[in-house]
Design a protein around this ligand. Structure first.
Ligand SMILES: Nc1ncnc2c1ncn2[C@@H]1O[C@H](COP(=O)(O)OP(=O)(O)OP(=O)(O)O)[C@@H](O)[C@H]1O
Ligand SMILES: [Mg+2]
Length: 285
């Protein structure tokens, strides 16, 4: 017979017992607990990419990431949402070695890559698509993709075929200048370029930003498809609901720290996440 004093959540976790054992987590939702450093460190074991207690910023004395933890397991598609200015792009840039780490660590397959330069990360199989200015407008699509494979020029043909299958536009308009493309089309060039190096991890900063709803959907579908080919993905998104719908796991980042982590579905149904980050739109749906 079940003990009436023990509360069990949907996953069967005994919430009462956890709260008594670790009073610091009392009153936290499962997604908040998973974001606490002790619990997060336990979940992050064996991760493909892992960041612990990251502190980083641009201006001396001003920390943007303030003890941020993150992990990506092999094969996962992880979404990062949060308010403007929360540090989402900063986290991606820090993982990609573009911003010096003031304290904390980043590992890739267990190897320390804290502050490793971006070109080293590309060699190690990490691709990054920045939020803005992510194509060379005066170069053709083909030349843009060649830039992506500059470390292994011989693999161009084979990789181009793979990328053009994912994004047929890139094959069809290979001689067009990237500057003549629409925002959505440029986004595909940028993703295609990152994929040319056959990365095992892809960092995407707002791939659906500024696109029409039809293109946004297209981007999310492509991301799932790329993920299905074996590429683990970290995706920052403004389109929080759509991102949570397609990701395996999500983070809510707030003021340079991860406030919540859980499956996309759980975050979408978490009353606090809805209240604070998904807004009235989510409630109405
Ligand atoms: N190059 C920079 N120099 C100085 N401060 C910066 C720089 N880039 C970002 N910041 C500051 O860092 C903070 C976090 O910015 P970041 O771009 O990481 O936010 P974000 O979560 O990606 O926001 P958004 O949703 O608007 O893209 C902001 O306060 C921003 O002003
Ligand atoms: Mg950003």
């Amino acid at each position: 017979m079940s003990d009436p004093l023990i509360q069990v959540d949907e996953s069967g976790e005994d919430l009462t017992r956890v709260d008594q054992a670790t009073p610091a987590t009392a009153g936290l939702s499962p997604a908040e607990k998973a974001a606490t450093s002790e619990e997060h460190a336990r979940l992050a074991e064996g991760a493909l990419v892992r960041a612990d207690d990251l502190v980083a910023g641009y201006v001396p004395g001003v920390n943007i990431l303030r003890g941020c933890d993150f992990y990506l397991q092999d094969g996962e598609l992880v979404g990062i949402i949060g308010p403007n200015g929360a540090g989402k792009s900063t986290l991606l840039k820090t993982l990609f070695g573009l911003i010096p780490v003031r304290s904390g660590s980043v590992t890739l397959r267990g190897e320390d890559i804290t502050s490793a330069p971006a070109h080293r990360l590309v060699q190690l199989g990490v691709g990054y698509v920045p939020q803005n200015n992510n194509v060379f407008p005066s170069l053709t699509l083909e030349e843009n993709l060649q830039m992506g494979v500059y470390l292994r020029p011989k693999s161009f043909k084979e990789r181009f075929e793979y990328v053009a299958e994912l994004f047929p536009l890139l094959g069809e308009r290979r001689k067009a200048k990237a500057g003549t493309l629409s925002g959505g089309e440029r986004q595909m060039v940028a993703m295609g370029r990152a994929l040319m190096m056959d990365p095992s991890v892809l960092l995407l900063d707002e791939p659906s930003a500024g696109l029409s709803p039809a293109y946004q959907d297209e981007v999310f579908i492509r991301c799932r498809r790329i993920n299905a080919t074996g590429v683990s993905i970290i995706m920052v998104e403004q389109n929080a609901r759509r991102c949570l719908q397609i990701c395996d796991r999500g983070y809510v980042l707030d003021q340079g720290r991860n406030a919540y982590t859980a499956s996309g579905q759980s975050l979408m149904n978490d009353p606090k996440v809805i209240e604070l980050y998904l807004g009235t739109l989510a409630k109405a749906q």
